[in-house]
Design a protein around this ligand. Structure first.
Ligand SMILES: Cc1ncc(COP(=O)(O)O)c(C=O)c1O
Length: 374
């Protein structure tokens, strides 16, 4: 049987990984500044993580959401402590798209309305409402296109207000820092504007923190820098350090009822154990502080390279902007210098999404290689 051929692949086969390094079947070591697309948060195969998942599997790996699972309660409490998001409610699922799909669905249930406002260059996943709110016509199938979505430029508060005035909008969804779209971030003024307009017009504000959340920027959630209170916060990626888990934090003003949302696999024992280990390591190893310190060092070094025209993003979610396409540079970095990096919608942007355990010596390795490659 053939694989359904939807991914253009680099011809590299990782068989082992440790912290910020990945090893192929020939033992070649690669520095991982991509983190499997911003997923690896506490480093590959962290001993605490391996131990926690192995122990859990030896006890109970899975049972459905029809029994008590104290690990879910423990996880909710650990997220509350580390994020400082008081009194939100946690619903667990398995991926980023599912998190946003549930967030949008909940907004529609709560308001009784169905239209979604989203932003140009945004990405929210590939399920029905999430993909319809994504600015990429190529991945929206006719079955998804029936969702009512209107896209705005970041900063277009007047346009958003005009759309809200029609009173058919259930949600505004926004990535606090755009990922694949190219690391643009709305201003505090704009986000505060969205917050007050959504309240005024009975729509919910959804912060998509799937890529920028869970410590990646050095704040637990990237939106926290802006002092807003979203109605729903969606999370995934770094949450499980590679184990598939996603979730939404739901403001206490939104009430639950039996059967409103549901999933078979979401919040299973192994997934909770993975995310609890992530939070424990983030706390014990001060990884959010590390993300900020190493980010500052990275940006300082980037600013000394004349070919880099701008550094975008924050924490360990960064983009290096060149005035040429980075496709060949990225290939050189992988195949000649053995460093994984990421790309973006903009062909000139090289993305850096390493584990939050990255150290200054790894940054030095990258810049040595980058200078040679350039
Ligand atoms: C901001 C954002 N939202 C949603 C998603 C979808 O997540 P998943 O691929 O886990 O469904 C992604 C994935 O890249 C993302 O970056």
């Amino acid at each position: 049987m053939n694989l359904f051929d939807v991914y253009p692949l680099f011809d590299i086969t990782p068989v082992k990984a440790k912290d910020v390094f990945v090893y192929d079947e020939n033992g070649v070591e690669y520095l991982d500044l991509y983190g499997g697309h911003a997923v690896i948060s506490i480093g590959h195969s962290h001993p605490e993580y391996v131990c926690s998942l192995s122990n859990q599997l030896n006890n109970i790996g899975f049972y459905s959401n029809s029994i008590q699972n104290p690990l879910q309660v423990e996880l909710a409490s650990a997220i509350e402590t580390l994020s400082g998001c008081k009194d939100y409610q946690l619903f667990l699922c398995n991926s980023g798209a599912e998190a946003n799909e549930n967030a949008l669905k909940l907004a529609s249930f709560k308001t009784g309305k169905s239209k979604v406002l989203a932003f140009k260059n945004g990405f929210h996943g590939r399920t029905s409402a999430a993909v319809a709110a994504t600015d990429n016509a190529k991945i929206i199938a006719p079955i998804n296109a029936q969702q009512e979505v209107e896209l705005f430029e970041l900063g277009d508060l007047k346009g958003v207000e005009k759309a809200l005035a029609k009173n058919d909008v259930c949600a505004i969804i926004i990535e606090t820092i755009q990922g694949i779209g190219g690391l643009d971030e709305a201003t505090t003024e704009f986000l505060k504007g969205l917050e007050s307009l959504s309240k005024k017009h009975n729509a919910l504000l959804i912060a998509d923190e799937i890529q920028c959340g869970f410590g990646r920027t050095g704040d637990f959630f990237a939106y926290q820098k802006h002092g807003i209170t979203p109605d729903i916060i969606s999370m995934a990626k770094g949450m499980g350090n590679g184990f598939p888990i996603g979730g939404i934090l739901i403001h206490p003003s939104i009430k639950a009822s039996y059967g409103l949302l549901g999933t078979t696999f979401g919040g299973n024992h192994l997934a909770c154990a993975a995310s609890l280990a992530v939070l424990k390591v983030m706390r014990c190893e001060n990884l959010m502080t590390n993300a900020k310190t190493v980010s500052d060092y990275f940006i300082e070094k980037a600013n000394t390279i004349p070919q880099i025209k701008a550094v975008k993003g924050r924490g360990l979610m960064l983009g290096l902007e060149f005035d040429f396409s980075i496709a060949a540079l990225r290939k050189d970095l992988i195949f000649k210098h053995h460093i994984f990096t990421g790309s973006a919608k903009s062909p000139n942007l090289l993305r850096i999404l390493p584990p939050l355990t990255l150290q200054k010596k790894h940054v030095d390795m990258f810049f040595e290689a980058l200078k040679k490659a350039l």
